[in-house]
Ligand binder design. Structure first.
Ligand SMILES: [Zn+2]
Length: 76
């Protein structure tokens, strides 16, 4: 008896899914400061965090990261 692997190409598609929402996060880039907003489901909440951080510290430059969601589906 022999075992034989069979490989075949199965096409898939990846697409943005709006129901996953957008996740936004801000990082203070001032020297020596490692403050982060943490992931926020509402981009406006991230902006508010930046404004509050600037008000408390005077730090005024942030790196922002936005992420969306994507789903892979098997093509029929
Ligand atoms: Zn800072």
């Amino acid at each position: 008896m022999t075992a034989e692997a069979v490989y075949r190409f199965v096409p898939h598609t990846i697409q943005h899914v709006p129901e996953g929402g957008i996740v936004c996060e801000a990082f203070c880039v001032a020297h020596g400061c490692d403050a982060e907003s943490g992931p926020q489901g509402d981009p406006d909440a991230t902006l508010d965090w930046c404004l509050r951080h600037t008000g408390r510290t005077g730090h005024d430059l942030f790196r922002r990261a936005f992420s969306d969601h994507a789903r892979v589906t098997r093509d029929s």
